[in-house]
Design a protein around this ligand. Sequence first.
Ligand code: HEM
Length: 233
Amino acid sequence: MKESEHMSVISGRETAVSTPTKRSDRKKTAKLLTWVTHLGAWVPLAVLIGEYFTNNLGIDPVREILFHTGTTALVLLVLSLAVTPANIALGWKQVIPLRRPLGLYAFMYVCLHLLTFVWLDYALNLAFIIDGIVEQPFVLVGTAAFLLLIPLAITSTKGWQKRLGKRWKTLHKLSYLIIILALIHFVWLVKNVYIEPGIYVGIVALLFLARWNPVKQKLLRWQRQVRAKLKNS
Ligand code: HEM
C-alpha cells in the first residue's frame, strides 16, 4: 500500500484506504465541480447581457448593473471563503481546487462593477470619479477591497505560489480582510432594510468560526464519526 493512501482526517483528508475506484470517482466529481463552477460563474453575466438586450434592466439600468455585478462578486467571494470550511466540516477535498477560479471570477465581477461605476455612472470623468469615491465612504471601502484583490489575483498562479513560498499564504490571508471590507461596503450602502447584508454577514461569521481551531477540531471529529457510521452501515 502506498504511503499516500494513508490519509489523516486532521489534514482534511480521508482515513480510509483509497481504492483506485474511489480515486477515480473523486477525480470525476472534481472535474464535474470544476465545470459547474466555470459555467455557473458566467451565468450572471449572461443574464445581465440578456436583460440589457431585452430592455429588462428597469428604470435605472446603471444602478441595476451595479447591484447585479456587486452581488455576484460578493457571492463568489463568500463561496471562495467557504471552500476550506466545506473541507473541514464535510471532508470535501474535491472543492479545494475551486478556490482559485472562484476568487478570480469574483475579481472579474468586481472589475465589471468598478467599470460600471467609472464608465457608465461617471462617464470616465476623473475629477467626478475621485469625488464620487472620496465623498461616499462606502465606495471608498469598496475601492480598498478592490485594490487588495489585485495582488491576490496576480499571485494566484502556481508560479507565484512557488516564488513567494511561505509569504504566499500570508499574502492570501488578505482575502479575510477583503470580505470584511466588502461586507462593510454593502452594509453601509443599504438604507433601512438590512436583511440581505445581514444574511451575508451571518454566513461569513459562520465561515470564520469554522476556521477557529476549537470549532475546527470539533467539526473534524464530527466528520470522522459520521464517516465511520456511514462506513459501518
Ligand atoms: C470587493 C469589492 C466589491 C464588492 C464585493 C462590492 C459589492 C457590492 C454589493 C453587494 C453592492 C449592493 C448590491 C445590492 O444592493 O444588491 C454594491 C453596490 C455598489 N457598489 Fe460595490 N462592491 C465592491 C467594490 C466597489 C467599488 C470598487 C466601487 C466603486 C469604486 C463600488 C461601488 C458601488 C456602488 C456605487 C454601488 C451602488 C450603490 C447604490 O446605488 O445604492 N463597489 N457593491
